[in-house]
Write a protein that binds this ligand. Structure first.
Ligand SMILES: [Zn+2]
Length: 206
């Protein structure tokens, strides 16, 4: 199960979890922190994988960025791998179609103009030599409407399994799972946005 952690040196949180045998660091937007705080998930606490999938889907949890790599090593000692029965499998996280990694994913469209292929690729794999990309878009900025619009203006011949899985995630509905957690923790819907969020990432005015 994912676990929320607080940065030692700033007023912001991140999430560590195991995906396909690797420790993955997810950074959070201010809204992402706020949603977890509203469900009374504090630093050090675990929460259902469905909620991290939902934060990922909305772009409020994302991988990549300079802080991620060193951070994961530093914090790995605190991470208990928890294989409790989480109903949403870790394989629900989209992964690179080439290497299976989940960090820093892009949707790439490449190939001949009449035979374009949409794939998910990580930083390393999208820089491998080969056909140059026609388009290369970070997953974090792709909402469901943006993705459908993209496929309207750009006719692709094939979508990889990773792309199909990402589309499925964008279609998923997780609100009932947030509500279940809030109920379990005795939070009423009315108090949802009353808890004070921390600064989030790089969002403070100074
Ligand atoms: Zn890759």
């Amino acid at each position: 199960m994912p676990r929320l952690h607080k940065y030692r040196d700033r007023n912001a949180c991140y999430v560590l979890t195991a995906v396909r045998g690797a420790v993955v660091t997810f950074q959070l937007s201010a809204e992402g922190e706020q949603k977890l705080a509203a469900a009374r998930i504090g630093p050090g606490e675990k929460f259902p994988r469905a909620l991290l999938l939902d934060l990922y889907r909305t772009g409020d949890a994302f991988t990549g960025g300079s802080a991620a790599a060193s951070l994961a090593l530093d914090s790995a000692g605190q991470l208990e791998m928890d294989f409790a029965n989480d109903p949403d499998p870790e394989t629900a996280f989209p992964a690179c179609d080439v290497c299976g990694g989940v960090n820093d994913l892009y949707l790439t469209i490449r190939g001949k103009p009449e035979d374009l292929i949409a794939q998910l690729q990580c930083a390393a794999c999208r820089n491998l030599p080969g056909t140059p990309s026609d388009s290369c878009i970070p997953l974090g900025v792709l909402s469901r409407p943006v993705l459908s619009r993209l496929f309207q203006v750009k006719t692709v011949a094939a979508r990889s399994s990773g792309v199909k899985q990402f589309e499925e995630l964008l279609r998923s509905e997780f609100e009932s799972k947030w509500e279940a957690l809030r109920k379990q923790r005795g939070v009423s819907q009315a108090s949802l946005f009353n808890s004070g969020p921390s600064d989030g990432l790089n969002l403070s005015p100074d």
